[in-house]
Write a new protein. Sequence first.
Length: 228
Amino acid sequence: MTVLFGTLGFTPEKFLGAIKTIPNVTRVVFYTAHTPRAKDRAQSERAIQEVERALAALGIPSQHVKLADPFDFGGCLTQLLVDLRPAGAEGMVFNLTGGTKPMAIAATVACMVLGVPAYYVPEEQEGAQAIELPIFRIRYSNVLTAKEYRILEVIREFQPRSLKELADRLEIEPSTLSGHLRNLEKLGAIRLIPIEGKGLLRRPDLTEAGTLLLAVERRAGIRQSAVV
């Protein structure tokens, strides 16, 4: 028994191609999103109807999930982590072929974090079989130390107005904090913004990447908040 998840764009064949090759598919969950343009909406709706007709003919129950924005990587990733986590990795696969690039990348990251096997149907080959991708499981907690994770949480929760305020919140010396901040800057998790009228003084700011570093493993149930 296999639950097939996947992203669907405008071409149903890319999604349905996986069903022909992945054995024992008993349920399908597929995700769509389109721009506000009428043409995109029409193409998306046609693809949805064709997939639903094909699955109904095969007797495979399906669930259609609408994503709000096809280019919102963070939003897509959050939704996928929420949906994939309760299902568990056993008996699950993901077809990465359809949808926008941000949707496909978000699905790839979700598969890597949760250990879900991922497949791709070559678009250039008619009648091609689904290929399992050699995706390895990752842990963002292996990228961030516990202290760095807590620094990001404190920045998010309290939005300190200076590096001294951040160090005080963490109850560590500013000299100790600076080493952690350098690493977080290299990761692209934070930026240090000059404080207007305060010379060389700066304040920490969380980037979108930093926000995702915090959210991904918490959403996946791997790491819990340390801020009290």
